[in-house]
Design a binder for this molecule. Structure first.
Ligand code: AMP
Length: 214
């Protein structure tokens, strides 16, 4: 199963990608998560990416492509992957097509998820993440049992630097300008499976399963 989830920030790609990855026994590859790990560890890549991320801008294509390709070549992707947050520009999508073709691989589907702008802003601004295990929460929709504490591992929850409202709005603009054109790119390959992301998590999961079974 080689899947890509495409949609604006805050639409629930990460949550759905984790569920799909567990259900299908394939890795969840989130370029955002990988970058946040590099920033945390203070690597050269993390240092070069941080300013772009904090501004809500995209990290340059060459850095992302090298990072994604080395992730794709790890052994755990043999049975497939769920790509979340990559590709995000037309040059990344074109390079990804070539990366897959060189390996004799094809995407099974591109699940596009949408929701109204104000809903997306509210979701991103309400998002909290466990610093220890990465489990996602939302103070409005999916609060933890104890405020600030992860239900799964007891770790501390934090708000991403780029989830503050002004940056959230900037990321939405970047999505419309740079990433939304990818829908037409994958429509031309007959891979697009649209899903309504304004529903509760379980309903979105069910909708994804339905479009994938078609
Ligand atoms: P995400 O967690 O997917 O929302 O990504 C967080 C931030 O990481 C984005 O706002 C970008 O700055 C950067 N980023 C993640 N994936 C990419 C990508 N494929 N291309 C460029 N920048 C990316």
């Amino acid at each position: 199963m080689r899947l890509m989830l495409l949609g604006p920030p805050g639409v629930g790609k990460g949550t759905q990608a984790k569920l799909l990855a567990n259900a299908h026994g394939v890795p969840h590859i989130s370029t955002g998560d990988i970058l946040r790990g590099e920033v945390r560890e203070g690597t050269e890549l993390g240092r070069r990416a941080k300013d772009h991320m904090d501004r809500g801008a995209l990290v340059p294509d060459d850095l992302i492509l090298a990072m994604f390709e080395s992730r794709l070549d790890r052994a755990d992707t043999r049975a497939g992957f769920i790509a979340d947050g990559f590709p995000r520009t037309i040059p990344q999508a074109e390079a990804f097509d070539k990366m897959l073709a060189r390996r004799g691989l094809k995407l099974d589907a591109v699940v596009t998820i949408e929701a109204p702008l104000e809903e997306l802003v509210r979701r991103s601004a309400g998002r909290r993440v466990c610093r220890q295990c990465g489990a996602p929460y939302n103070v409005y929709y999916q609060p933890p049992k104890t405020e600030g504490v992860c239900d799964v591992c007891g770790g501390p929850l934090y708000q991403r630097d780029d989830d503050h409202e002004e940056t959230v709005r900037r990321r939405q603009e970047v999505y419309r300008a740079e990433t939304a054109p990818l829908i037409a790119h994958y429509e031309a390959q007959h891979l697009v499976r649209p899903v309504d992301g304004s529903q509760p998590v379980e309903a979105v999961t069910a909708a994804i399963q339905k479009v994938l079974a078609r």
